[in-house]
Design a protein around this ligand. Structure first.
Ligand code: ZN
Length: 107
C-alpha cells in the first residue's frame, strides 16, 4: 500500500493530478465553504480570494490512514485559519515545526 510517512511522499501526493482533481471535487461539493466554520455557525462570505484561502483537509491524517487518502468521505474543505488551528500551525502559510534542536544549548 502507498505510504505517506515522509514529507517527500506527501509532497508527491499533493502534487499528483489525481489529488488536484479530487481536491476540486471536494471544494465544489462543499460549496467552497469552510466546513468547520459552518459547524460553528459562521457563514463565510465569498470573496475573490476564496480559492486561495481554502484547503482540503484529510479528516483522518494522511500519515495514519494512507488508505483513506483519496476517499471523499475523509476529505473536507477548511479555511486556512481552521486548517492551521487543527494542525497547530501558525496563521501564515505552512511553516514547519521549528527544528527540535534549534534552540538547544550551545556548546
Ligand atoms: Zn474555517
Amino acid at each position: 500500500m502507498q505510504q505517506y510517512q515522509t514529507k517527500e511522499q506527501q509532497m508527491k501526493f499533493y502534487k499528483s493530478k489525481a489529488w488536484r482533481q479530487l481536491r476540486l471535487f471536494v471544494l465544489e461539493r462543499d460549496n467552497y465553504e469552510c466546513q468547520e466554520c459552518k459547524r460553528n455557525g459562521y457563514v463565510k462570505l465569498a470573496d475573490n480570494d476564496k480559492h486561495k484561502s481554502l484547503d482540503v483537509d484529510h479528516i483522518k491524517e494522511l500519515v495514519d490512514y494512507p488508505d483513506l487518502a483519496m476517499d471523499p468521505d475523509n476529505l473536507e474543505t477548511l479555511c486556512i485559519k481552521c486548517h492551521n488551528r487543527k494542525h497547530g500551525r501558525y496563521l501564515k502559510g505552512f511553516e514547519r515545526k521549528p527544528n527540535k534542536w534549534e534552540h538547544d544549548e550551545r556548546w
